[in-house]
Design a protein around this ligand. Structure first.
Ligand SMILES: Nc1ncnc2c1ncn2[C@@H]1O[C@H](COP(=O)(O)OP(=O)(O)OP(=O)(O)O)[C@@H](O)[C@H]1O
Length: 766
């Protein structure tokens, strides 16, 4: 393999030299030249980062066809001095046979070889022979075989997800290379490789549609920050660094929602009718005074009649602009009315006799100060009035300028406003919270919705700026293509290419697409991948869909693992409102993670709580029967550290391999974490709630207090299913009292001597 690494070193050196040359050109010149230089530099820097990221396992496959033809497959493509391809990028069409050839359909291949490298040296080889007859005598002698997939699955876990580029299975390959138009739903049970396939899909799409997706970016939405850390290394290892990863709780710039939400409140906040409630509540903030509007100005009482205020409000609403933008119109009109009212007040305060100057002809006309005001006067008077704090206060009382945070926090703290705005049947009482409460994940879609209603983002400004720019034509062309190719125009979601183009507008070349996109709430991504998508509420979907007007999505999830009471029950229910049938489902049915013995336990749980769902089929046998261990009740969970230490020894953690995951109900998490200080993903032992463990895996899993998990929410059954399917090798369930009947398959053992608390038995509270 050293010759391939030589090519890699040469490519790196070239990229380094090119980057140096770009910078050596200096920073002077026109704006155009600077923009070009930045673009070139960022392209070279990206290339260098990509070349650096593929060091480990650069090449992992070889395809042998007739007449000695050999093709090497690797993480990126490389060429020799003659520009001949020496390594094929795994995403290129020429690499596809590596993933799809089978004994029945070899597609002209004689052999598929998997190569295992360590420090640039081949340390293992697996061969799959498709045509022994076709192979030369010499080649036959070189055959080596152990199924590459099973070897990969047996490896100890590191606490981080790795890529599977060398062993992608053909049903996963279908997912990875599926068309990027419309939405692709990847439905599959635990461990079927949904996440890993989705990440490889991101890399594949960026490779195949680089031009478009580099400008628009790809967004990956995961269930929690822990999960993002877990998968964080996969894309760089595949040579892709230009992807934004986030969670629902972080999708509103400036807010990092972490606080937990009561299930009942999460259901209401996730209900799509919340969009109507917010809109109605905002209308409620556009007020008309009970009687006339009275503003005290230098001893004068300017009075605007109730009907005039009502008329102004209707006119401002009629323009159908977001609240803060319509406010500008409202303020302009109201200030003019106040100017007139001020003139009227002045008129009333003066008596014609007072204005009579001695010796001048007698004034007979009644005063008409208001009638005398022309547009210029009104303008000047408006400006003057706008500087008056009393006027500002009056305007704010009628049509306040609001931030999403202020509006939503105020609304959730006001039972009166909630009641007035809630549609009938919506349990608005669940929403009430104290004014200073922390933001929860379920609040974030509400903030995003509020931002749309308020118009706090700067999309209008960007559209206007772009209209003047030369780039507009190109943007519109792209937008028009998107509109026709996706059918979004017919659906009436975005029917104006210039609006869509405005959403796609670029703001400069000095930041990467990923940087700019991550900071911009109004950014429109080229493709969005949602993992653990079953957890998103309808309101969260509205927020996600705003980020992808072209409706190009990969939706990854398992309806059997829905843990959120506000989550999905069917994909049609989630996607039809946005895609009207332009989505399709691919199913992954083989479980690469959980051995057969553990999956039998999981299947019992699934049958009890979601009998309509079919568990996936495990690909391998395990090394140990899953077990249940009853720990003595007193001081619960005394004995756990010893049990976990024994598990660590079983999986060979002493040799630096393998991880134990301890999964607890929410209520026990703090207490159990205290028993294992410093435990996070990189430590040998991680203590997690079910929500945190979602999507993760460990060599050995210890599920603590299954009854607590079952009872902690209406989706407790699904939570227990998630908990027991995190193990790649060993599963232990520890409980106090009685084992829940749904786990009766597990051999309940009497407490082992070293695990029993010697304290008197009494039931503890968890
Ligand atoms: N083709 C493959 N080759 C090697 N390992 C694989 C392959 N497919 C999946 N795996 C491994 O199987 C495990 C489960 O994959 P992944 O986490 O993507 O599953 P999932 O369907 O997202 O599971 P869950 O629903 O539980 O989150 C991972 O360790 C992954 O690396």
């Amino acid at each position: 393999m050293s010759w391939l690494y030589d090519r890699l070193d040469i490519a790196r050196e070239r990229a380094r030299v090119a980057l140096r040359e770009v910078y050596a050109r200096g920073g002077s010149g026109s704006r155009q030249a600077m923009v070009e230089r930045e673009a070139l530099a960022s392209e070279q820097a990206r290339r260098l980062a990509q070349l650096n990221a593929v060091e480990r396992g650069l090449c992992f496959g070889r395809l042998d066809a007739g007449a000695g033809q050999r093709t090497y497959i690797g993480r990126i493509g490389l060429r020799d001095e003659e520009h001949e391809s020496v390594l094929i990028d795994w995403r290129a069409p020429a690499a596809r046979p590596f993933y799809v050839a089978t004994a029945a359909y070899p597609g002209g291949l004689l052999r598929r070889r998997h190569l295992h490298l360590k420090d640039r040296v081949v340390v293992g080889i697996d061969d799959e022979v498709f045509d022994l007859e076709g192979m030369s005598e010499g080649d036959r002698r070189t055959l080596v075989g152990e199924a590459a997939l099973l070897a990969a699955l047996r490896r100890g876990r590191t606490g981080r997800m790795g890529d599977v580029v060398a062993t992608i299975q053909s049903e996963q390959d279908r997912v990875i290379r599926a068309s990027w138009q419309g939405a692709l739903v990847v439905q599959g049970g635990p461990g079927t490789g949904k996440t890993v396939a989705a990440l490889h899909r991101a890399a594949y799409l960026l490779y195949t549609h680089r031009d478009t997706l580099e400008r628009r970016g790809v967004l990956v939405v995961g269930p929690n920050p822990m999960f993002l850390r877990y998968i964080g290394q996969v894309l760089p290892a595949l040579g892709e660094t230009q992807v934004v990863m986030t969670t629902v709780g972080e999708m509103f710039p400036g807010v990092r929602a972490r606080a937990a939400e009561a299930p009942a409140a999460a259901v209401v906040k996730g209900d799509v009718r919340m969009a109507g409630l917010l809109a109605e509540a905002l209308r409620g903030r556009q007020r008309v005074p009970e009687g006339e509007l009275v503003v005290e100005l230098d001893g004068l009482r300017a009075r605007v009649p109730h009907e005039t205020c009502a008329r102004l409000r209707e006119r401002a609403r009629a323009v159908r602009l977001p609240h803060n933008m319509a406010r500008k119109l409202y303020v302009t009109e109201l200030l003019k009315e106040l100017a007139r009212a001020e003139a009227r007040a002045l008129e009333e305060s003066l008596h014609i006799e007072d204005l009579q100057v001695e010796g001048e002809p007698e004034l007979s006309e009644p005063l008409d100060l208001e009638g005398d005001l022309d547009e210029l006067d009104l303008d000047l008077a408006s400006r003057r009035l706008w500087e008056e704090p009393v006027v500002r206060r009056a305007v704010d009382g009628l049509w306040p300028e609001l931030t999403p945070q202020r509006f939503v926090a105020g609304l959730l703290a006001s039972p009166e406003e909630l009641e007035a705005a809630a549609p009938s049947g919506l349990e608005w009482r669940e929403l009430v919270r104290s004014p200073g409460a922390e933001w929860t994940v379920s609040d974030v879609p509400l903030l995003d919705e509020a931002a749309e209603l308020l118009g706090e983002d700067d999309s209008a400004r960007r559209v206007a700026a772009r209209l003047a720019g030369a780039e507009q034509a190109e943007q519109e062309l792209y937008a028009a293509e998107v509109l026709t190719s996706t059918g979004v125009a017919e659906a009436g979601v975005f029917d104006r290419a210039d609006v869509l183009a405005g959403r796609h507008a670029d703001d400069g070349a000095d930041l990467t697409t990923a940087d700019r996109a991550a900071a911009d709430r109004g950014w429109a991504y080229g493709h969005v991948i949602v993992d653990e998508a079953q957890e998103l509420s309808p309101m969260a979907w509205r927020m996600v869909m705003r980020r992808v007007p072209a409706r190009s999505l990969t939706v990854v999830g398992d309806l059997a693992q829905t843990g959120s009471a506000a989550g999905a029950r069917s994909w049609g229910e989630v996607l039809d409102p946005y895609l009207e049938g332009r989505w399709r489902v691919e199913r992954l049915e083989v479980n690469y993670r959980t051995p057969v013995e553990i999956m039998r336990v999981a299947a019992d749980v699934l049958a009890a709580f979601a009998p309509e769902q079919v568990p996936p089929v495990s690909v391998r046998e395990g090394e140990a029967e899953p077990r249940a261990v009853r720990l003595a009740a007193a001081g619960w969970p005394v004995g756990l550290p010893e049990l976990v230490a024994a598990e660590l020894a079983e999986i060979g953690a002493a040799a630096g391999e393998g991880r134990v995951g301890v999964v607890t109900p929410d209520a026990l998490h703090a207490r159990v974490s205290g028993l294992f200080p410093g435990g996070d993903l990189d430590a040998p032992v991680a203590v997690l709630t079910v929500g945190q463990a979602k999507g993760l895996e460990f060599d050995a899993v210890v599920v603590v207090d299954p009854a607590g998990i079952l009872g902690q929410s209406p989706m407790g059954g699904q939570d227990l299913y998630v908990a027991v399917t995190r193990a790649t090798r060993r599963l232990t369930v520890v409980y106090e009292g009685a084992l829940p009947p749904v786990l009766s398959r597990l051999n309940s053992r009497e407490p082992a001597e070293n695990l029993v608390s010697r304290e008197p038995a009494e039931k503890s509270t968890t």
